[in-house]
Design a protein around this ligand. Sequence first.
Ligand code: FES
Length: 135
Amino acid sequence: MDSSVAYVVCSMSDIPSQKARGFQLMRVEEDGTKRPWSIIVVRWGRQVFGYVNKCPHDGVNLDWERNQFLDPNGIRLMCGKHGALFELGTGQCVDGPCKGRALMPVALSVLDGDICVTGVTLVEDEEALPDEQDA
Ligand code: FES
């Protein structure tokens, strides 16, 4: 299994600065099983931060409305279920029921203007679809 592959998730220009967006990917586990993998990509200027879309409190997706990840001030990630607040750059929970815990980081890199996931194996024949269709 080659974990040095970089998988393009979207273009840097697809996410405005100081915004976050969710993506549904399909991950291949070490035993070969495929599993849906929901991640959050945060862009801040030229920096990008990735986290697994799973609240450390109750294990739910953070976005109570699809792609609504930020608090009303737009400076922290917020869980829609009980309002836990997370630092954008570290994923650390700074307020709420899981204070002191953190979102699981996802390794990202920017290659030729594309935001890529590294360090995992993804199912390649499925395109990384922006998580924006209505359920
Ligand atoms: S599930 Fe996220 S704060 Fe409770």
